[in-house]
Design a protein around this ligand. Structure first.
Ligand SMILES: NC(=O)c1ccc[n+]([C@@H]2O[C@H](COP(=O)([O-])OP(=O)(O)OC[C@H]3O[C@@H](n4cnc5c(N)ncnc54)[C@H](O)[C@@H]3O)[C@@H](O)[C@H]2O)c1
Length: 454
């Protein structure tokens, strides 16, 4: 962990609160009122989420904060293009704590919610500050960096009762939601084993030449000389070895297996391969062998394989694979006593329906089990990021706020999914030890009922 992460975490740990389960307070905005939403972090992801907010007539984007003038300027242009009122802005002075002024209710006025789309090392600190200010949080993946971060975010949520949602969009992918319907209909029989992961060649994301016009693959800089994710994400590959991005894979698997709602993770271990991909990428670029980045020692194993055991007997396998050449795939597999689905070959096999030992094309099942949310909103989701799922994740956050309903991906989901990262790091650091998985719900998993996409 570098000094910056350490210092930030020290601040966060200082704000740690004793956990006590209080009833959520009633939130100020009424059902019919427009939601006053702010954003902290208007980078590449923030701008995608901002587009979704600006398309809605039940949301006013009232404040934006970013410490990079290029990113803040791009976001302001988006607002202007949509013909919406200019939001209050924060961060022009590049003060990393400027977000606190956004939350204090002064210049930005009263806020109903805030979207946090900053680098990972800021998520816990910013979410905690927002929840303490009674501003509902929609936080990009992940919830925190260290295991203590996760306890701090959870305890703050329980103490303040402020709504918190992890903005895990893959749970809303059309095929993922159709499979959720199939699981709930019992098509796979009793679930036994699931797989997922984050298998995405990020080499051209982790390095660029710092030019805001060319964020992908334009050079070999990272850190202060890089732009967007090269500025911060790459450092995590230098300093950390673990399943750094679990929620796209575990989110859907956790929904399928009712984690925190009748089931829970009990044990975890992780294995990491050697780290070759990022160095290999650098030295293969023109002039790469002479570039200072060629001297960097990357700690992150190219393939990190994490296994989770669940209370109800399922196993879940996750793979993090971001440093080698490969086409994108989240590698889902959902397998039960009656058959399985695998997204890589868009195929399914159901005993008694499919020919023995043969795959069937998924399309007919997709049509039959298409989730009602997709049937209803497909045309509104068209054009939204990541094949439409970004519409749904913002939609669910705003609708839950308006209805004062529980968040569909709530604090327990957030910390259980995201704590896989520090736990996998611990497992690898302890020679691939199998560790107990903390019960963040303190026993509530036994009685909580599923609510996602019902
Ligand atoms: N769910 C998804 O599909 C998805 C996709 C991409 C990124 N993400 C997540 O979104 C988050 C942001 O990623 P990104 O790709 O937009 O990165 P980015 O680097 O493009 O944007 C991050 C922004 O945060 C700003 N920032 C940093 N520190 C700040 C501070 N103290 N105060 C205010 N602003 C600050 C930066 O200036 C930058 O503009 C990450 O958590 C990432 O994992 C999620």
């Amino acid at each position: 962990m570098d000094k910056k992460l350490d210092r930030r975490h020290f601040l966060t740990a200082g704000a740690a609160l004793a956990g006590s389960l209080l009833l959520p307070r009633a939130f100020a905005a009424g059902g019919g009122e427009k939601q006053r939403i702010a954003m902290i972090g208007t980078g590449m992801r923030g701008q995608v989420l901002l587009k979704e907010l600006l398309r809605r007539d039940d949301v006013d984007v009232v404040a934006l904060c970013d410490i990079d003038p290029v990113m803040l300027g791009r976001a302001l242009k988006q607002v202007e293009k949509e013909g919406k009122a200019k939001p209050a802005t924060f961060g022009e002075d590049r003060d990393p704590q400027a977000y606190r002024r956004l939350l204090d209710g002064g210049k930005a006025g009263k806020l109903d919610g805030v979207i946090i789309a900053t680098p990972w090392e800021w998520h816990a600190e910013m979410s905690i500050a927002a929840m303490q200010a009674k501003v509902a949080v929609g936080c990009e993946v992940v919830a925190g960096v260290t295991l203590q971060d996760h306890w701090d975010v959870l305890n703050t949520q329980l103490k303040t009762g402020t709504p918190y949602m992890l903005l895990e969009n893959v749970c809303y992918r059309r095929d993922v939601m159709a499979v959720l319907q199939m699981v709930r209909a019992g098509l796979f029989g009793e679930l036994v084993h699931l797989q997922g992961g984050y298998q995405h060649d990020l080499r051209a994301v982790k390095f660029n030449n710092g030019d805001p016009a060319k964020p992908y693959g334009s050079g070999l800089e990272y850190g202060a000389k890089g732009f967007s994710e090269a500025r911060w994400r790459t450092e995590h590959s230098v300093q950390r070895n673990g399943e750094l991005y679990p929620s796209h894979g575990i989110g859907p698997c956790a929904m399928y297996t009712n984690i925190n709602r009748g089931n829970r993770f009990t044990r975890i271990n992780a294995f990491a391969s050697k780290a070759r991909g990022l160095h290999d990428y650098i030295v293969k670029q023109p002039g790469g062998a002479q570039h200072p980045s060629a001297k960097t020692k990357f700690k992150l194993g190219d393939i990190v394989t994490t296994t989770l055991a669940c209370e109800n007997g399922e196993t879940i396998l996750l793979q993090h694979d971001t440093s080698l050449p490969r086409p994108y795939s989240l590698g889902f597999r959902v397998q039960g006593t009656d058959g399985l689905w695998m997204d890589i070959n868009r195929s399914i096999h159901i005993e008694g329906k499919s020919k023995p030992h043969q795959w069937e094309d998924f399309q007919a099942y997709q049509e039959k089990y298409d989730h009602p949310l997709w049937r209803k909103y497909a045309s509104r989701a068209e054009g939204a990021g990541h094949g439409g799922m970004d519409f749904f994740v913002i939609h669910d956050f705003v609708e839950a706020l308006k209805a004062k309903a529980p968040m569909p991906i709530d604090i327990y989901d957030a910390v259980a999914w995201s704590a896989i990262t520090p736990l996998s790091e611990m497992s690898i650091a302890q020679n691939f030890q199998t560790l107990d998985f903390p019960d963040f719900t303190n026993g509530l998993w036994k009685t909580r009922k599923p609510i996602f996409a019902l």
